[in-house]
Design a protein around this ligand. Structure first.
Ligand code: UN1
Length: 504
């Protein structure tokens, strides 16, 4: 453990703020691993005064960074990707130690970081604006995309490093600076990433405050980010109530925001689908990251003709799940992030029972000393079970039967969240219906693959209470820039738009 921490520059006590130099004289916080309760290190939070200095430096760094040509900014992101490649295993091991996902998933998370860097390098030469035909003679109409400013990234514990990278790699090529407030549950991985970015920026001779860090509570440091007009864009990943709060504060000052809030992913398993594929997709979607992805599969809607067989086979798989120390290669499910998450799961199970749901398997606390381990749970429920409307951030999967594909889609859409969905079917008409305007209302709708594991090349995010934001690939970069439309007159005379004449 010490070797991993040391290789990433983590000491026994670490200041939690960075904007060219490391500061943090606020409250000290001990970081404990959910694997076994072992103390990893101590982090000192930043004070509001220190936050102000960090933001001032990030804002100052923007003034020169925005003038660096985008392809040159891309070179920095290319080097960041290379450093991440070099540190891939250590960083993945730290993710595992700090929040408990299995090492194979930790490696996948760091791979997402590397991939988004590659994507952003290409993007640095493709920040295209359009030209449009002007309605006026000898005029040209065009749009350009310019850097926006400081991007405040407020991220969650479950993807402690990837979410930062999706925002940062894109923001950097767009000419923005980044000020990161990670989850208080995962400050060490944030310090490690910021140190990597610091090295890269220093090597190029750029201001290292371009990638700043401010560790502290959401209610103080988070709200300073949300309310300060120097932060042009707030990218928030977290709960629906959290996002409602952030959205209001940022909107109040007419800032921009990207909200990535709750999911409540569902898979429709058709009787015309491949059952083995359905089992694997649902299983990984539900137990991966111990059910703590916003893309996790929380509901499975199964055709009534195969419902009982599917349930039986899934229960058998659940029973064989290797649960334990996520650093071991044979383990498929690690601990939950902290004891509070275990309590939340146990309380949810009681509510499900009270609402008439049947717990078919799992949902027990596992007595592994110092760790936050549970067995994954399947509940067999009626389609109108109230708890199915809620996202419990833990491995509980609701299974319910359907008779027609239209009914299945209605169940899938009948929740307040709209992030991720999937259908397992080999019937072309069913899958096309699912993808059509009459189909899934989610930001992600997959066919014959599960709800989680979105690739960085697409825009990531969802509708309804998921918040509507998009980050990562496709044209999500546009949110990180400001659009400028220009009419250019080279006629030598005066001509007004909309045919208006001017007598002078
Ligand atoms: C999240 O859970 O906040 O699609 C992000 C996935 C990952 C990202 C999840 N690529 O499961």
């Amino acid at each position: 453990m010490q070797k991993i921490l040391k290789s990433l520059g983590i000491s026994d006590v670490n200041p939690g703020g960075f904007a060219g130099s490391w500061i943090g004289s606020g409250k000290a916080q001990t970081v404990v691993s959910p694997i076994n309760g072992e103390t990893l290190a101590t982090v000192t939070n930043v004070t509001p005064q220190e936050f102000d200095a960090i933001l001032a430096k990030s804002h100052h760094a923007f003034a020169s960074w925005k003038l660096v040509p985008a392809p040159k900014r891309g070179e920095v992101v290319k080097a960041l990707g290379d450093e991440l490649r070099r540190n891939k295993v250590a960083l993945a091991e730290l993710v595992t130690l700090e929040m408990g996902k299995t090492l194979r998933e930790g490696l996948g998370e760091v791979q997402e970081m590397i991939d988004i860097c590659d994507f952003a390098v290409g993007l640095s030469r493709q920040l295209y604006g359009l030209t449009m035909p002007s309605e006026r003679r000898m005029h040209r109409l065009q749009e350009q995309w310019h850097p926006l400013g400081v991007v405040g990234v407020i991220s969650a514990f479950n993807f402690p490093v990837a979410v930062w990278s999706w925002n940062t790699a894109i923001a950097l090529v767009c000419g923005d600076t980044v000020l990161w407030k990670p989850s208080s549950k995962t400050p060490l991985t944030a310090i490690a990433c910021t140190k990597i970015a610091e090295t890269v920026l220093r090597d190029f001779g750029y201001d290292p405050a371009i990638c700043s860090l401010a560790i502290g509570k959401g209610s103080d440091i988070g709200d300073l980010i949300n309310t300060d007009p120097r932060v042009a864009l707030v990218s928030y990943t977290g709960s629906v109530p959290g996002g409602r709060h952030v959205g209001k504060l940022v909107q109040e000052r007419f800032g921009k925001h990207i909200l990535e809030l709750g999911g409540n992913g569902a898979v429709i398993v058709s009787e015309k689908g491949d059952l083995d594929l359905a089992l694997a997709s649902v299983y990984f979607g539900a137990i991966g990251t111990s059910g703590q992805r916003c893309t996790s599969t929380r509901r499975v809607i199964v055709h009534s003709s195969i419902h009982d067989t599917f349930l039986e086979r899934l229960v058998a798989l659940y029973g064989k799940t290797a649960i334990g120390d996520p650093r071991k290669s044979e383990i498929l499910m690690g601990p939950l992030v902290d004891p509070g998450a275990v309590d939340t799961l146990l309380a949810a199970i009681e509510t499900v029972k009270a609402q008439g749901g049947r717990i078919v398997c799992g949902g027990e606390r596992l007595p592994i000393p110092g760790g936050c381990y549970v067995t994954p749970c399947i509940a067999s429920v009626a389609k109108d079970l109230p708890m199915m409307q809620e996202e419990t951030f833990a491995p509980i999967l609701y299974m319910t039967p359907y008779d027609t594909i239209e009914e299945a889609i209605a169940i899938q859409n009948g929740v307040p969240q709209g992030l991720s969905s999937a259908i397992i079917s080999n019937d072309h008409r069913e899958t096309e219906l699912f993808l059509s305007a009459a189909g899934s209302d989610c930001g992600i709708a997959n066919v014959n693959t599960g709800t989680s594991g979105a690739e960085i090349g697409g825009a990531f995010g969802g509708e309804k209470e998921t918040g509507g934001g998009r980050e990562s690939g496709s044209d999500a970069w546009k949110t990180y820039m400001r659009r400028q439309t220009s009419a250019i007159n080279f006629s030598g005379g005066v001509e007004l738009a909309q045919g208006i004449t001017l007598e002078m």
